[in-house]
Ligand binder design. Structure first.
Ligand SMILES: [Cu+2]
Length: 765
């Protein structure tokens, strides 16, 4: 089997057949039963960001001074690594969360997007309890591309209530890898920030003859919100066949802030399931996966509506094959969403059904060719199709919301075909380069629309229907990365990338300037109304990023990385105040108001985002008596600004995470300090709210016996009252008297959760 991704100091070897390689793997797993896959071994220690690649650079890595944690872990069933070949993806400019990070996250929260806060520059926009929107280095929501088992999931809700990461529970995540800002073109197109790849239910094969089974079931409770749920994962496998289930269910009430007040409309219930069947033979790996989601309700404190129904169904297939000439990866998927919004009593009481139906499908095929001992060539092609219908049925007895259905997006289409070529060269022991070019063509269109009636939306609908709405965008992207490792302790990475994203269907085609209709559009959680713009151009980011990293030669004791970056985004899709007669009729001060909710229209503006991330870890003690103690830290700063001086919306203020992790045998402990600066720089055009600084302390401890593991944690130990910097506006807890009876009061940010005592019991067998 060709060694497709050589280590930085190893030349590409032409090497052995896949058969002997598999046999070696099996033998290794037999000799060392702890060499199991993540899915078969219960997570056993606390999260820390590992650097990818984390291979020791020395030929013979020194063993740790004491018996390692792994040696104390209960011997799992003998299963071995999933893929029969090496990961062919480029390793540059990426970070991978530890395999147990998702499981660990599940003790504190059920929101998978919150995991990105463990990545450099990571944060998340507050939304529903399981549907927050990830952001990295100031690029959030659609500007990041998230693939769940190779599936790309487009928004199927005008509030983006069903983002990709809401389709997995944290404990289902076996692997989360992020390509940061300057990711190679081979990982994807049609995004301008970072790309996140999530794997659930990966295959795990038996290392010995015969069938083996392994199961882990957990149940948990969190005092704040009275949340409880279960997670389960189970694998049945022999040498060449693997069947894995992964899933979970959780229910939570409204959470309380530190001051004891209930934050209304923060309740939720969700369940996600995935079942994989994998087969391998002689360097080929086939995986077929089906699954689905059901959310009966999810409250939104920063939207006017709540989610009252969300069902996802999906199927995907994946093939990886290793041949004499290289490697092929192919995947195909279909993912369907049925979504309904309404109001969850008693926090919101009204009637206005809003329905969405979305379907995504596509394929990706990639070949990795070792064209010489030093060169790898990757070529690939992908197709992503999206269909969307978004309609609001008439409300019986309502003059304004009837007698017809409001067609928000009628037969929306967004189809993309992408092609790339990428060249990775290992010049010598010190220098590696990855250079690629990519083209994506995005075609969008939508059918005729109509409002509830001619009075409220007739003119807008007529103008929209008369316009030519078909759009074709041609993206020309590229990336160039250079890695230099002069010695055993330093590593430098310099990258430049141009990335392009076309508008989503709502940004281009939401059409009504009626005030109520506009308030239904937008995933910004700011209480403002939004309308699309047929003239939007794709946004083009030009990002340069430099990482300087230092570590001890064995990469066991300490590790520091500093990454300054800068992006110039041409035609950044931001907003302008809406100046149409209809917008001004409902709010005469809409163009100038610097307080209150406003009506906005998507518009292109050039912008820059500049920032720096610092990551570090240090082993402070490591011996038989006191176990292993490690400090880890993460600092992030970003500043985003339009070239006309307007600041960008939802930029995470300066923030840091500092933690001390300890493990001794089956015992793990962690103290985490989270520091967030005040958010003073806010978007003037959004009338964005400022938030004060805060500090939180989180504790956790866990003990693992042979088959049982108990985790206990306290989040927000000192019960601090604080405001979420990216939480948007609280539209539910503060009301003013208005024409409608009562309306959301402007000026209140969303309070974060107060103290929560969390417990989880896991059984593995
Ligand atoms: Cu929705």
């Amino acid at each position: 089997m060709p060694n497709l991704r050589p280590g930085p100091r190893r030349p590409i070897s032409s090497a052995s057949s896949s058969l002997t390689s598999s046999a070696l793997l099996a033998a290794a797993a037999l000799l060392c039963p702890t060499a199991s896959s993540a899915i078969a071994r219960p997570a056993a220690w606390l999260p820390s960001v590992t650097v990818d690649p984390a291979r020791p650079r020395t030929a013979k890595p020194r063993p740790r001074p004491t018996a390692s944690h792994e040696a104390h872990a209960p011997a799992p069933h003998a299963t071995e690594a999933a893929t029969p070949q090496k990961d062919p993806a480029p390793a540059v400019a990426s970070r991978t969360l530890p395999a147990q990070a998702g499981f660990d996250r599940g003790l504190s929260a059920s929101d998978s997007a919150g995991l990105v806060a463990d990545l450099p520059g990571g944060a998340s926009w507050g939304a529903g309890g399981v549907s927050s929107l990830p952001a990295i280095n100031g690029f959030g929501a659609d500007r990041l591309q998230v693939a769940i088992n190779s599936m790309l999931i487009s928004p199927a809700c005008p509030n983006e209530m069903n983002p990709p990461l809401s389709f997995v529970n944290p404990a289902m995540i076996a692997k989360m890898r992020a390509y940061l800002g300057i990711g190679p073109v081979s990982v994807g197109g049609d995004y301008i920030g970072s790309r996140i790849d999530v794997t659930t239910a990966p295959p795990a094969f038996a290392a010995t003859d015969g069938w083996i089974a392994s199961t882990r079931v957990s149940s948990f409770y969190r005092s704040n919100g009275n949340a409880y749920g279960v997670d389960a994962t189970a694998t049945v496998a022999n040498r060449d066949t693997s069947v894995t289930y992964s899933g979970g269910w959780v229910r939570s009430g409204n959470y309380k802030a530190g001051d004891g007040s209930t934050v209304k409309s923060t309740l939720y219930e969700t369940q996600n399931h995935a079942l994989s069947i994998s087969k391998r033979s002689f360097g080929n790996l086939f995986t077929f996966q089906v699954g689905g989601q059901f959310i009966p309700y999810q409250g939104y404190v920063n939207q006017y509506m709540d989610m009252v129904y969300n069902r996802g169904l999906f199927a995907n297939g994946r093939y990886e094959g290793t041949f004499d000439w290289g490697m092929i990866e192919a995947s195909a998927f279909v993912h369907q969403i049925r979504h309904t919004m309404g109001f969850i009593a008693p926090d919101k009481v009204a009637s206005m059904p809003m329905d969405t139906k979305g379907i995504d499908g596509g394929y990706a095929i990639k070949a990795t060719l070792p064209v010489s001992g030093r060169d790898l060539l990757r070529v690939g092609n992908e197709l992503a199709l999206n269909r969307l219908d978004d309609w609001w049925s008439p409300v019986a007895g309502s003059m304004m919301m009837g007698p017809n259905s409001f067609l928000n997006i009628n037969g929306g289409q967004r189809d993309r075909v992408g092609t790339f070529v990428e060249w990775e060269r290992h010049w010598d022991r010190q220098w590696t380069s990855v250079v690629g070019l990519r083209n994506d063509i995005v075609r969008m269109n939508t059918g005729n629309v109509a409002g509830y009636n001619a009075m409220t939306s007739g003119a807008d609908a007529a103008a929209f229907n008369a316009a030519d709405r078909a759009r074709t965008d041609v993206h020309l992207d590229g990336s160039a990365l250079l890695r230099y490792e002069p010695d055993a302790i330093s590593q430098y990475e310099l990258g430049f990338a141009r990335k392009t994203r076309s508008p989503n269907l709502y940004e281009r085609y939401a059409w009504s300037t009626n005030a109520m209709a506009m308030q239904m559009i937008g995933w910004f959680g700011d209480g403002n109304g939004y309308v699309g713009n047929l003239d939007l151009k794709p946004e083009k980011a030009h990002t340069v990023s430099f990482t300087a990293g230092w570590h001890d030669p064995a990469q066991k004791i300490w590790d520091v990385k500093v990454t300054p970056y800068a992006s110039y985004v041409q035609d950044y899709i931001d907003v302008d105040r809406c100046g149409t007669a209809s917008c001004l009729a409902s709010n005469p001060a809409n163009l100038t108001a610097n307080t209150g909710f406003v009506s906005l229209q998507f518009a292109n503006h050039d912008a820059t985002l500049v920032g720096v991330n610092v990551e570090g870890r240090l082993t402070v003690w490591d011996d038989l008596t006191y176990g292993h103690g490690q400090i880890r830290g993460l600092i992030g700063y970003v500043r985003g600004r339009r070239t006309d001086g307007v600041d960008l919306y939802h930029m995470m203020p300066v923030n840091a995470k500092l933690a001390l992790d300890h493990h001794l045998g089956g015992w793990t402990n962690s103290v985490e300090l989270q520091l967030v600066g005040s958010k003073d720089v806010v978007s003037q055009v959004h009338n964005e709210l400022t938030t004060p600084s805060y500090a939180l302390v989180n504790l956790r401890t866990g003990y693992e016996w042979q088959h049982v593991r108990l985790d206990l944690g306290v989040d927000n130990l000192f019960n601090r009252t604080y405001y979420l910097p990216l939480g948007g506006a609280d539209l539910v807890d503060n009301k003013v008297v208005s024409m409608m009876g009562s309306s959301a009061a402007y000026g209140y940010a969303v309070k974060g959760p107060g103290r929560s005592l969390n417990a989880r019991l896991s059984v593995s067998f």
